[in-house]
Design a protein around this ligand. Structure first.
Ligand code: ADP
Ligand code: MG
Length: 254
């Protein structure tokens, strides 16, 4: 077992449709820390998130990923979840017919962490109050017709109920308003502690107004090219990515 657990990515190379996207990513998130992974559009951030999730389209060519000393790449997606990895989708899927409350109960049960009904409902109500979501939220079908902000609240609610050891959140680079960014950042900061760390993936330095990461990493062209403290995010906020990556970067979204 690795001392202290945590996520350890070493020399990870990943291809999508025969094109190499990640070209040797090395990154460590010690248990309980909050790290931000930033980078220009197309740098491979979502590819890393999908690879951690075990998406079949993303092929690992080389390198390793371990979590709490376990070989993540050898595990199925549900085994990864049971290990304590929580991976948010950038575009979460709607499941008509499955309510938020049933989804959360089933997810807890799937991880062998089922609670007695009364305790579960109390926790759910407390967390919903903390997130300022209406009571009707729990009887709605998960992600079905949810606004961007509601999807983010549902994501944070899942975190609050499931209490994973590490939450990996891939933030969409466009279409998230400041309130939604703030919901995610404040939710992560409220829940983070020795028991739960987070890897917040974002293009957008703005989220870091609300999120105080222990470390910031910059991904460019499939490699981590800089790591530093929160000041690195300020550098990106004021000067953009170009001075850091040393070449022009596309301004658009991907
Ligand atoms: P980021 O999240 O940093 O914007 P991505 O990981 O989404 O970057 O994309 C990195 C590169 O990989 C881009 O050039 C993108 O076109 C390519 N890519 C990512 N996913 C796929 C996919 N499913 N099919 C084809 N190309 C992909
Ligand atoms: Mg992305």
């Amino acid at each position: 077992m690795a001392a202290g657990g945590g996520l350890l990515i070493d020399g990870l190379r990943v291809s999508v449709e025969d094109r190499e996207i990640l070209k040797g990513v090395s990154l460590e998130v010690p248990q309980g820390q909050v790290h931000a992974l930033m980078g220009p559009n197309g740098s491979g951030k979502s590819t890393l998130a999908y690879t951690l999730m075990g998406h079949p389209k993303y092929h690992v060519i080389a390198g390793s990923v371990s979590f709490g000393g376990e070989d993540v790449l050898a595990l199925s997606a549900d085994q990864r979840a049971r290990l304590g990895l929580f991976l948010c989708f950038q575009y979460p899927t709607a499941i008509p017919g499955v309510t938020v409350v049933n989804f959360l109960r089933a997810a807890l049960r799937g991880q062998g962490k089922e609670l007695p009904a009364r305790e579960f409902l109390k926790r759910l109500n407390d967390e919903m109050a903390a997130l300022k979501v209406d009571e009707s939220f729990r009887s709605r079908y998960i992600n079905d017709g949810f606004s961007g902000g509601e999807k983010k609240r549902s994501e944070i609610l899942q975190l609050a109920i499931l209490r994973p050891k590490l939450a990996v959140l891939d933030e969409t680079d466009s279409g998230l308003d400041v309130d939604a960014l703030r919901t995610v950042a404040e939710g992560v900061m409220r829940l983070a502690g020795p028991e739960m760390g987070a890897l917040v993936i974002t293009h957008y330095p703005r989220i870091l107004e609300f999120l105080k990461p222990d470390r910031v990493h910059v991904l460019h062209d499939g490699r981590v090219i800089r790591s530093g403290g929160a000041e690195l995010a300020n550098e990106i906020e004021s000067g953009g990515y170009e001075p850091i990556v040393g070449e022009p970067v596309a301004a658009g979204v991907s």
